[in-house]
Design a protein around this ligand. Structure first.
Ligand SMILES: Nc1ncnc2c1ncn2[C@@H]1O[C@H](COP(=O)(O)OP(=O)(O)O)[C@@H](O)[C@H]1O
Ligand SMILES: [Mg+2]
Length: 464
């Protein structure tokens, strides 16, 4: 059975009959092709009648009785009613092989780096079901990303999946590219989905650099490309990562960004006639997203550690895509605008504990150090305002009083002359009133008044 597995797969993927149809309408981004009974996802070539025009590829995204709804993967200019559509591949595949390393390709595997054809012949399904839950080994080994702030504070396990959540312009792409360049994984597969065209070259040459690129595969579909191509770029990168994992490698899969992938799915769903449900996203988006994200993870042969960037609008993770991603992924890393504005990179503020699984973060000293840093950061946050207004200097401890100390212990015998009293500093120097029992507190005890918590210069008459 295993000997013939490849042959069975080829038979399964083959289109038994050549299916043909006729273009009847193009409305917006949706092509209607009559009498084409091809399944969803089929790659189709539309042959314009003009002899000089090249065939236009399209993908079947839905159907109504015998009419297929398709979306062009290319510029639809030149297509006319009556043009012939021929189904090419009803189970889409990606071409894979080690020759992909160091290459920049588009969603259909075509080279974008001007270095000639990519010499690969094996194929791998573009849309594969995630592995069954019980067949997956546990996450046991750490994976260094090469970014110390991440490795120390959000240690990743080989096969884990995390989301990097941030508003635009805070350094997500730079952080993800740095990880791809310096990671301890064998291979990095990077999907740039919906990025600006001008950013891609800069990303490949500056962020990834020649040595990072040499062990990476970059799959690009920029924001101006048709939605099915952007969706395919995310899927093709995942498929390529799966092939390397099946080949025994530990892979770092980077997807920048999942939000743009979901936006492309939304455009496809709406074009196929789905109703918008959650903030304009049709239901199919949230059914398709877990199928993609669940494909990374660990298998018996290797692992795919997934890092997915998610765009957020403010500092809240309450948009539908963020909420869905948080539910699917193992953990998250949140980047803060405040830190980025101060030039603090990577501006990571919080990370979820599930991403920082102690079982993966070895050695033990790293975990101890991580807890210490969390404690220090929490203390800093408490006194940050006092430091800013100059009421506390670095190295000085904030003055605190125990909460339930008997009143008699605070009060000193009244010295001669004016008294310091709790409350606003401009009160007349009256004698201290006798303490009264407070409701809810045992008699004779009193919470220190709030104004006492901020350090105040002592009255000259009172010496500490
Ligand atoms: N590590 C870094 N060091 C210095 N500047 C950075 C760093 N990371 C990001 N930046 C700055 O932030 C800008 C946006 O970064 P980018 O990675 O494109 O953000 P995003 O992908 O979140 O939109 C960069 O052009 C750069 O000026
Ligand atoms: Mg970016």
């Amino acid at each position: 059975m295993t000997l013939l597995a490849e042959q069975f797969r080829l038979v399964d993927e083959a289109t038994p009959l050549e299916l043909r149809g006729t273009v009847s309408e193009l409305r917006g981004l949706t092509l209607r092709v009559e009498d084409l009974a091809a399944p969803i996802g089929t790659l189709t070539a539309i042959h314009p009648r003009s002899q000089t025009a090249r065939p236009v590829l399209a993908e079947i995204i839905g159907f109504e009785r015998s009419t297929a709804l398709a979306m062009p993967l290319d510029d639809a200019a030149g297509i006319r009613a009556g043009d012939e559509a021929v189904a090419l591949q009803h189970r889409p595949t990606v071409r894979v092989g080690r020759a992909l390393l160091g290459r920049v390709i588009d969603a259909l595997g075509r080279p974008l780096d001007g270095r000639g054809p990519v010499d690969v012949s094996a194929t791998w399904p573009l849309r594969r079901r995630p592995d069954q839950a019980m067949t997956r080994p546990r996450i046991e080994h750490p994976l260094a990303t090469g970014v110390r702030a991440v490795d120390a504070m959000t240690p990743l396990g080989r096969g884990q999946r995390i989301g990097v959540f941030a508003p635009p312009g805070l350094g997500k792409s730079t952080l993800l590219g740095t990880m791809a360049r310096h990671t301890a994984a064998d291979v990095s597969v990077i999907a740039l989905v919906g990025e600006r065209g001008r950013e891609v070259k800069d990303y490949v040459e500056s962020v990834l650099g020649p040595e990072g690129l040499a062990r990476s595969v970059v799959v690009v579909a920029t924001g101006d490309e048709p939605p099915p191509l952007r969706v395919r770029a995310a899927e093709a990168a995942t498929s390529i990562a799966e092939w390397f994992r099946a080949d025994g490698s530990d892979v770092l899969l980077i997807m920048d960004s999942v939000t743009r992938y979901c936006q492309a799915l939304r455009q496809i769903g709406l074009a196929a006639g789905e109703p918008p449900a959650t903030k304009g996203f049709p239901p199919s988006v949230f059914a398709t997203l877990p199928k993609l994200l669940e494909r990374s993870g660990r298998t018996q042969s290797g692992s795919i550690t997934g890092i997915y960037s998610v765009l957020i609008e403010g500092d809240e993770l309450d948009d539908p895509v963020s909420e869905a991603c948080r539910g699917i992924l193992d953990g998250h890393l949140l980047l803060s605008r405040k830190l980025a504005e101060r030039g603090h990179y990577p501006p990571s503020t919080s990370s979820s504990p599930s991403a920082a699984s102690p079982s993966t973060s070895s050695p033990k000293s790293t975990e101890v150090a991580r807890r210490e840093v969390i404690k220090l950061l929490a203390s800093y946050e408490q006194v940050e305002d006092l430091l800013t207004i100059g009421r506390l200097r670095l190295g000085q401890q904030p003055r605190r009083r125990p909460r339930h100390q008997p009143q008699t212990q605070h009060r000193r015998p009244a010295p001669a002359g004016p008294q310091r009293v709790p409350g606003p500093r401009r009160l007349p120097p009256d004698p201290v009133p006798a303490p009264r029992p407070q409701p809810g507190h045992p008699a004779g005890t009193q919470r220190p008044p709030a104004t006492r918590r901020t350090p105040q210069p002592a009255h000259p008459a009172m010496k500490d």
